[in-house]
Design a binder for this molecule. Structure first.
Ligand SMILES: NC(=O)c1ccc[n+]([C@@H]2O[C@H](COP(=O)([O-])OP(=O)(O)OC[C@H]3O[C@@H](n4cnc5c(N)ncnc54)[C@H](OP(=O)(O)O)[C@@H]3O)[C@@H](O)[C@H]2O)c1
Length: 316
């Protein structure tokens, strides 16, 4: 089968189109013929190896996994003998915990997949899992979001942020979205009540306070955002830094406001919930650009500039 492999860290040209063995599913796995994947920051950070955190996860000297791609959608071609919830021919989407979706075929456990929303294309279905599961985890597990709360989403136009806007709205929050002016219409169409342009306005200095400040791009620190929180408010970041680690520790002991980093996880029920919300048109994948597998380097170049509007899709 064709796959995009990489054996060393570096710029997008470390990604190579290769012919490799088609995988065979274990008893608890399905074999998926992949139709679409995406470029998430996890893919380009794991490819570049530019951060110590990425290298701690993927290998200090060289990558331990050689095929990237965490989000995917496709069709089940074969099932292991212990598979009970899916059958051959099912159209599914999922999030591969061990990556590997930049390939024509992928073997995954059934707990990492869900039937596609009936109204989603393969590209749209592939784009749901990473951002939406992270947004769901941050707002519900970590933020304990409640109806009527004021929630600020920083980085509202990106893969996580745009789903965070939609999911915060679904939970009945009053949503303030922070993004650049070119993306205002997109975030308002996704449900934001108020939009702030981060280029011209510093939301930490306008006197407004929020129950949750969800920094989906890790561009503002807990110290910056503390005065924008209500008495028991919580700051949540998707990006880990050493100062945030210290602040998480100190805020867990002292004071009522909390600073938290999330490392998003998901359960099969989360995927089912997202499928249901997608079919009810409460959430939607906004596609920025679509690339073919052979143009994956261009897709990585584009995504790592950090200005993705929604999702970057890779058609396999
Ligand atoms: N911890 C976890 O489990 C976890 C899970 C998922 C993602 N993440 C991390 O979360 C981060 C975001 O992921 P993503 O998928 O949303 O990325 P993305 O799709 O690349 O989104 C980047 C977005 O950030 C916006 N942005 C850039 N600079 C900004 C600023 N100063 N203020 C506000 N917005 C700004 C950009 O909009 P403009 O074009 O307007 O600048 C763009 O829309 C990444 O670092 C990723 O690694 C962590």
């Amino acid at each position: 089968m064709r796959a995009i492999t990489y054996i060393r860290y570096g710029a997008p040209d470390v990604l190579k189109l290769a012919e490799i063995e088609k995988p065979v599913p274990c008893d608890n796995e399905v074999l998926v013929k992949i139709k679409a994947s995406t470029v998430t920051p996890m893919d380009w950070k794991f490819r570049s190896g530019n951060t110590l955190i990425a290298r701690l996860m993927t290998g200090i000297i060289k990558p331990k996994i050689n095929i990237l791609g965490v989000e995917f959608s496709g069709e089940i071609e074969e099932t292991g003998k212990d598979i009970s919830k899916f059958k051959i021919g099912d159209m599914i989407f999922g999030r591969a915990k061990k990556a590997g979706a930049y390939a024509e075929y992928l073997c995954v456990p059934e707990k990492e997949i869900c039937l596609n929303p009936s109204n989603a294309s393969f590209g749209e279905a592939a784009g749901i899992t990473f951002g939406a599961t992270t947004a769901l985890f941050g707002l519900t597990n970590t933020g304990n979001i409640q109806q009527g709360q004021k929630v600020l989403i920083n980085g509202a136009s990106g893969g996580v942020g745009l789903f965070a806007v939609q999911l915060a709205k679904f939970h009945g929050a009053k949503v303030t979205a922070v993004c650049s002016s070119t993306n205002h219409k997109m975030v308002i169409d996704s449900g934001a009540d108020i939009v702030i342009d981060y280029m011209t306005t510093d939301f930490t200095k306008n006197g407004e306070i929020y129950d949750i400040v969800f920094d989906c791009v890790g561009k503002r620190t807990y110290s910056d955002c503390k005065k924008s929180l209500v008495k028991h408010g919580v700051y949540i970041s998707t990006v880990l830094s050493f100062p945030l680690l210290i602040q998480m520790f100190s805020s867990s002991i002292f004071g009522r406001k909390k600073g938290k980093f999330i490392f998003s996880d998901f359960k099969p029920d989360d995927l089912l919930m997202l499928k249901d919300l997608y079919e009810k048109k409460i959430i939607k994948t906004v596609i920025d650009k679509t690339y073919s597998l052979k143009n994956i380097r261009d897709a990585h170049h584009y995504a790592e500039k950090g200005h993705v509007k929604g999702k970057v899709i890779v058609e396999i």
